[in-house]
Design a protein around this ligand. Structure first.
Ligand SMILES: [Zn+2]
Length: 497
């Protein structure tokens, strides 16, 4: 089940994804839907083991919530109406509406409603590693933007905001540990709460030119934010303005009404649609007689706007070179992939879904929630993007599907079989290439798959005194005598891991 390929089977523009395809880690089944072959699944298991250790260290309870949810839960939270075609909807044989899990805030809030009654049961934290479905209109870049994906998601439950703050901070630190142990450098930035709702969010970002997100960074004070929420010091406006028109859908329960929104900005600015949407949401703009046709929104950087604007606020996108809000230094931009996000949900779900507890004074109050998620399969893709060279993948020891690639060549076959058994007995994870193939084919595959160490046993290596050991990263080579080999390998792996 793990044929390697000379060329990637489809037009994939992302190098890491090409390598995952060619090295036999994943196969595509449909747009944004993948199978994980043996090597891919082993790598996922390594990543998930690290995640479990770090979540258990926060006293998290591992659970597993379903992939299929009753629509009633999503109707109770309101997201059934707020989210459009991205939500996978189906109907069972009895005519009941269901959804595929896009995330698990609703199911967790429902569990909390059933299980938690008293302040004595708080705080708690629960996590699971589970499949999600998000019907993305533009799946691309392989596992980086797929429709079916795996996430680690966890949920904190507290009696008050101080408890939420504490659990948010411990997650923040744990996420950095998870990424460091997997071998992926990340930045945390302020982010939009988006479709999760709540009051505060951070994203963990892997910087790469293939990323779809743009980050604004300040060298002066360390300010970092996703372009969706980044602020900047507005320059003096010359009075030259532009207008941008949108058709916006205002939602009130099950009622939807289309409105024309006209945004007014300085000529040099670009519209930030996320900010615009939040401004409209914050004002709870509803269709009324006075607003029968149009809503006018004016950016606060426009100086001379004297008409009857419905709203004035920050709706401009921060751009490279704009002045930092904090310190005035010019902001820089980088591209990034979002690999995780954390949200202070507060009572966004518990309030609407009835997940309450009784406090010390016998009063019922909604549970204060946080939600935290890392894309497991997206992390796999980013690791492949980050750890590679022209010949193939270069896995860090911590997440490599196997630790050692054992290559048997002519004259070394019998010794290799013994070595395979000895290494396995010593707890070393060995991928054994005992195929009847040319040395060049085997070496190319070893480089492509990218396990940390390659061991070559041949008539020639035995003649030179033992087994040739080559590190995939750096490429240094040694010939190690057979009787010293197991210790050599276990020491090397311990030092590198
Ligand atoms: Zn600054």
């Amino acid at each position: 089940m793990n044929e390697t390929l000379r060329e990637a089977p489809s037009a994939t523009e992302v190098a890491g994804h090409q390598l995952l395809l060619r090295a036999g880690f994943v196969r595509q089944m449909a747009a944004g839907v993948f199978s994980y072959l043996h090597l891919g699944q082993r790598t996922l298991q390594k990543i998930e083991a690290i995640m479990r250790q770090e979540m258990n260290a926060l006293d998290g309870q591992e659970i597993k919530m379903p992939l299929v949810h009753p629509a009633a839960l999503w109707q109770a939270s309101g997201r059934w109406y707020e989210i459009d075609a991205e939500l996978g909807r189906l109907v069972d044989r009895n005519g009941r509406s269901l959804t595929l899990a896009l995330s698990h805030e609703e199911t967790l809030a429902e569990l909390a409603r059933q299980e938690i009654h008293s302040y004595r049961q708080l705080p708690q934290m629960a996590y699971h590693i589970q499949t999600k479905w998000r019907d993305d209109p533009r799946p691309r870049a392989g596992l980086i933007r797929s429709r079916e994906f795996t996430m680690l998601d966890s949920y904190s439950l507290d009696a008050n905001e101080a408890g939420l703050d504490a659990q948010y901070e411990t997650h923040f630190a744990a996420y950095f540990r998870i990424f460091a142990r997997c071998g992926l450098p990340v930045l945390a930035v302020e982010a939009d709460v988006g479709m999760m709702g709540g009051t505060l969010a951070h994203e963990f970002m892997y910087l790469t030119p293939i990323g779809e997100d743009t980050l604004l960074l300040c060298d002066g004070c360390g300010y970092r934010a996703n372009r969706q929420v980044a602020t900047f010091r507005k320059p003096e406006n010359s009075g030259d303005v532009q207008t941008v028109q949108f058709v916006a859908e205002l939602v009130d329960g099950e009622e939807k009404m289309e409105k024309v929104v006209t945004a007014v900005l300085p000529l040099s600015s670009q519209i930030n649609e996320t900010k615009l949407v939040h401004l409209l949401d914050a004002q709870r703009l509803r269709p009324t007689a006075e607003q029968a046709t149009d809503i006018w929104v004016v950016d606060d950087g426009v100086s001379d706007w004297s008409s009857e604007a419905n709203l004035v606020g920050d709706i401009a996108a921060a751009q490279e070179g704009d002045a930092c809000t904090n310190c005035g230094q010019p902001l820089g931009t980088v591209r990034a992939v979002e690999v995780a996000n954390i949200f202070k949900l507060g009572t966004r779900y518990s309030g609407t879904m009835g997940a309450t507890f009784v406090d010390e004074n016998d009063e019922a109050r909604p549970i204060v929630m946080g939600s935290y998620g890392i894309g497991v399969t997206r992390l796999l893709a980013c690791l492949a993007e980050h750890h590679q060279d022209a010949a193939g993948l270069i896995w860090p020891v911590s997440v490599a599907p196997y630790q050692v690639h054992l290559v048997a060549l002519r004259g070394g076959e019998e010794t290799a079989v013994t070595l395979y058994q000895n290494l396995q007995q010593a707890g070393v994870e060995v991928l054994f290439d005992d195929r009847d193939a040319r040395p060049g084919v085997k070496f190319n595959d070893a480089d492509l798959i990218g396990l940390p160490l390659r061991l070559t046993v041949s008539q020639r290596s035995l003649g030179a005194g033992g087994v040739e050991v080559q590190a995939r990263a750096g490429g240094e080579t040694a010939v190690v005598p057979l009787d010293a080999l197991v210790i050599y390998i276990t020491d090397w792996l311990a030092a590198a891991g």
